[in-house]
Design a protein around this ligand. Structure first.
Ligand code: BTN
Length: 266
């Protein structure tokens, strides 16, 4: 399978964001990881912004050091950008990028939600994930690589879903190619990034919460049962812990809790 640039460019006409047309795109058949390749290109002084795609990855990087299985048929996409952001802001940025991509997909009638922090969820299953990597100098982030994996026609594990099977099972026609999905994903990344730069964090959070799939979910933390009540402006998960006679609220970072998927849900 090849990547068809004409189809990719044709998809821009339906998208609101004209800036995406100015971002060069390079494609590979096989890479270890598009994020890794982008960092190599940045070291070689390639101009940013730059987007890259691989039709398959042999060492795709997932969140929290996990591997992202990347067989042909999936979207493996990374964008590199220069920036000047506070180091502490990168976690909220990763949530807002998730919101941007979910919003771009929702504009194509896909009811995509977000599982904290930024998994893309469709009918309770994992449609895709985002891995944001940063380089910083003296407490400022100077470069970011935003890597996105979305299941298009690749086989997925029990907890996953791919877009083509979603359409087929419902007899729907929606996004018609990997190239179109790439253009929509890029427009979502830019929407998220621009919103992050221009919009107050309270508002960013409100936007995120409207698509937040975990609200009200029961979790267990440190031996107590809790209920997810929201997300902080730093992107942490708010959980109300219920102990006999008292309720306390804790704010948790991804290393402290993982929400997982409910395997019996279809
Ligand atoms: C997750 O674990 O949910 C995040 C997965 C991110 C995978 C994408 S695929 C394109 C880019 N290159 C990588 O090596 N990882 C990201």
């Amino acid at each position: 399978m090849n990547f068809n640039f004409q189809k990719y460019q044709a998809a821009f006409f339906d998208l609101p964001n004209t800036q995406i047309q100015t971002i060069p795109l390079l494609t590979w058949d096989t890479l270890l990881s598009t994020n890794q390749k982008l960092w190599e290109l940045i070291e070689q002084k390639q101009q940013l912004p730059l987007a890259i795609i691989a039709l398959e990855q042999t060492a795709g990087r997932g969140q929290w050091g996990r591997q992202w299985v990347s067989a042909r048929g999936g979207l493996y996409f990374s964008v590199g950008m220069t920036c000047n952001l506070a180091v502490n802001d990168s976690f909220l940025l990763s949530l807002v990028i998730g919101w941007g991509i979910a919003t771009a997909l929702r504009n194509y009638n896909l009811p995509v939600l977000l599982k904290w922090p930024n998994d893309l969820i469709l009918v309770d299953k994992k449609l895709g994930g985002i891995k944001l990597e940063t380089r910083s100098q003296t407490e400022r982030i100077t470069e970011i690589v935003i890597g996105v994996g979305i299941n298009w026609s690749n086989t997925v594990p029990e907890v996953g879903i791919n877009l083509q099977s979603y359409y087929q099972q419902r007899n729907l026609i929606g996004i018609t190619s990997l190239e179109q999905l790439s253009a929509i994903t890029l427009s979502g990344i830019i929407l998220g990034y621009q919103s992050y730069l221009e919009v107050e964090s309270e508002q960013l959070l409100n936007n995120y919460l409207k698509l937040f799939a975990n609200l009200g979910q029961k979790v267990s933390f440190n031996g107590s049962i809790g209920i997810i009540t929201g997300v902080t402006t730093q992107g942490q998960l708010r959980v109300r812990l219920q102990s006999p006679g008292a309720a306390t609220e804790v704010c948790l970072s991804p290393g402290q809790i993982s929400l997982g998927y409910q395997e019996n849900k279809q």
